[in-house]
Design a protein around this ligand. Structure first.
Ligand code: WTA
Length: 644
């Protein structure tokens, strides 16, 4: 595959598109020349109680202050619900498709509004106020969207924790943001199995004493213990609550949510998004990037526990009055045709998923796809990790039958929404490239010294100026925000990704350049997995790196040094894998563990991860400079006993 493959804009898509090539050009120029004017206009896409007159007030220098629309007043739930009631009250807002193919549900905007208000009132009755933090630990059910919007309604800040995380991971997130309320469910369902959410939550709550109440959704009906005085059934407290709740007036810069994400060091950090800029960005990108048109059925397969679920299942689509599909299940249950069966069942027009799912389905061949119609599909999208051109082309040819443009959207929890991506009606596509920055995004590449590179180049991906959807701070730790994103290349936002820019200015994301792994599109810090491993009583030291993996993109490769006197064994390897699953969650399970009597270190004691990555990838011919190693024989030993 070369950069030469180009797929021009489809005339059928360009016709009636929101943004064609000329408009894209004009928007890009205007947003760069007059950001205040451009964003003042775009801000009108959401509902304001008091429209903003001050638009952009941002600085990437010094203390790094980012403010957008700072004198505006709004409530995010009004943009997603109230303002649609008159025109589309009876339109379906959310389609829920269960793990079991025989279960589904549809919720109209009117119905969703009532459900949100009831839960909002019930939370108020429990004493939850504007600014309080509420943690959600929920499966992919309608109540997840209801709970997010109900928090927004009363000005509470939600922190959604992915249902696959362990009790420990949940506990540390509850404690970090000092949540007083947790909303969970009895159990979740995934791929025909049950997920013990309430049991996990009970375990977590032992170390999160600040939580005063737990609201429990009865989902599977499984038996769960309820603690008197603390735990409340969702259906009981919402049934009794009034169906109207006045939306809390929020300043544009009041927090909307916190979402924990992994970085290269330390524990996950609470990425903080505020109300006005985030909502404008979620709506702007959802409309233009998916070319969303009135009446279309839109499906993003992500989990609401990740930022993709926040921006592209809930806030973006609902702000735009879309019908958004929410899927509880997995791509291969009951069989590997499921995605396409759901597409046909609900006549999905826009479909957005992750490269890891595409690669897994591609491995199973074309037949499971081809036995479905997929005629309703118009636009396809991917997110979460680089997509290899082979998988891109399979998605394009087999799933979309060369009819549907693919938007490969590059973005991050930190960016709030898409930042580098094609627009279906404007951008010539190249398989494997996220193409061009959106209007309003000033992307760039810098070398190791921070020098801005011109033209064709490869380097570190940075963003030179603020855009409305940008995160504002790390919750309770602004210094960490500055250090993580603005210290490496002062005055610029550093993404942590590397990229190449071709002669047409197209970006090709090459992956993380820091110690963050991307396993099946799930972001994980090597430091987190290492600290889970060394917490095991038999482990002295651990170093974790990524290794290439056909389906997951990256797999987790762990080098483990045992305490003196401990015997390595396969049983112990299994025990360590189970240990990490319990400490963090199944997504962090190591794919390979290698016993390491010693780790390659510099004379000052720093682990040389570059070498460990090469060994894990089986690229031992090209280890690079090893002259600074304290003990070179360690490396030979590791190469000899490489796993896999
Ligand atoms: C990676 C997910 C290549 C990237 C929205 C980024 C991608 C990290 C793409 C953020 C893409 C996301 N092409 N890489 N289209 N989309 N990434 O915070 O490494 O979970 O830094 O946000 O995913 O992961 P996060």
């Amino acid at each position: 595959m070369t950069d030469d493959t180009r797929i021009p804009v489809k005339p059928e898509i360009a016709k009636g598109t929101w943004v064609d090539a000329a408009r894209f050009q004009a928007m890009t120029e205007e947003a760069a020349r007059d950001p205040d004017g451009f964003w003042k206009k775009e801000a009108q896409r959401i509902a304001w109680m008091k429209p903003p007159t001050r638009i952009k007030n941002t600085s990437f220098e010094g203390d790094v202050q980012i403010k957008w629309f700072e004198d505006g007043v709004l409530n995010a739930s009004v943009s997603c619900l109230d303002r649609h009631l008159e025109k589309r009250g009876d339109q379906v807002a959310l389609i829920w498709e269960g793990d079991d193919p025989n279960s589904d549900a549809k919720v109209t905007y009117r119905d969703l509004h009532a459900r949100v208000c009831r839960l909002a009132n019930a939370m108020k009755a429990l004493g939850v106020k504007k600014g309080d933090r509420v943690t959600l630990y929920l499966p992919m059910i309608i109540e997840s969207a209801v709970a997010m919007l109900a928090c927004a309604r009363i000005g509470a800040v939600h922190s959604v924790v992915f249902g696959g995380f362990s009790p420990d991971s949940l506990a540390s997130r509850l404690v970090d943001c000092e949540s007083t309320l947790l909303i969970t469910a009895d159990e979740g369902r995934r791929g025909g199995r049950k997920v013990a959410l309430k049991t996990n939550a009970d375990e977590a709550l032992k170390s999160a004493p600040g939580v005063k109440n737990v609201i429990v959704v009865r989902n599977t009906g499984g038996e769960v213990p309820m603690q008197e005085g603390r735990d409340l059934w969702y259906h009981e407290i919402t049934e009794a609550a009034p169906r109207n709740c006045e939306p809390e007036p929020m300043n544009a810069e009041d927090p909307l949510f916190i979402l924990y994400t992994s970085g290269s060091t330390g524990k996950p950090k609470g990425v903080l998004h505020t109300t006005g800029g985030y909502m404008v960005w979620a709506s702007y990108t959802h409309q233009y990037v998916f070319d969303y048109r009135e009446g279309e059925i839109y499906w993003c397969t992500a989990d609401v526990g990740w930022v993709t679920g926040h921006s592209y299942i809930v806030y973006g689509p609902l702000a735009n009055g879309a019908t958004s599909l929410m899927f509880e299940g997995v791509p291969n249950y009951p069989d590997n045709s499921r995605f396409w069966q759901v597409v046909d069942k609900h006549k999905v027009n826009i479909f957005y998923t992750a490269p890891t799912a595409i690669r897994a389905l591609m491995r199973d061949g074309d037949a499971p796809v081809k036995k479905t119609s997929r005629k309703s599909l118009r636009i396809l999208g991917t997110v979460g990790e680089p997509i290899n051109p082979e998988a891109w082309l399979w998605y394009y040819r087999v799933v979309g039958e060369e009819r549907c443009p693919i938007v490969d959207t590059w973005w991050q929890t930190e960016t709030g929404g898409h930042v580098i991506t094609p627009l279906p009606g404007a951008t010539v596509l190249k398989p494997g490239s996220a193409t061009l920055p959106l209007p309003g995004v000033q992307a760039g590449l810098v070398d190791g010294e921070g020098k801005l590179l011109e033209g064709e180049a490869e380097g570190n991906l940075v963003i030179l100026d603020s855009w409305p959807g940008q995160m504002r701070t790390v919750y309770k730790d602004h210094e960490r925000f500055i250090q993580t994103y603005f210290a490496t290349f002062p005055g610029k936002y550093f993404s942590g990704d590397g990229a190449r820019r071709d002669a047409d200015g197209y970006y090709w994301i090459t992956g993380r350049v820091d110690d963050v792994l991307n396993v099946s599109g799930h972001r994980m810090g090597t430091a987190e997995i290492e600290s889970a491993l060394v917490a095991h009583p038999k482990v002295a030291e651990a170093a974790v790196v990524g290794m290439p993996h056909d389906i997951k993109g990256q797999g987790i490769y762990a080098y483990v040094t045992l305490n003196a006197g401990e015997e390595p064994s396969d049983a112990l390897k299994k025990e360590l894998v189970a240990w990490v699953r319990r400490e963090i969650g199944p997504i962090a399970s190591p794919d390979a563990i290698q016993w390491a009597p010693g780790l390659p270190k510099t004379r000052s004691g720093k682990i040389m991860r570059r070498i460990l990555r090469k060994i894990a990838a089986n690229e031992t011919e090209a280890l690079g400079d090893t002259s600074t190693l304290a003990d070179p024989t360690v490396v030979e030993e590791l190469i000899e006993n490489r796993v896999g």
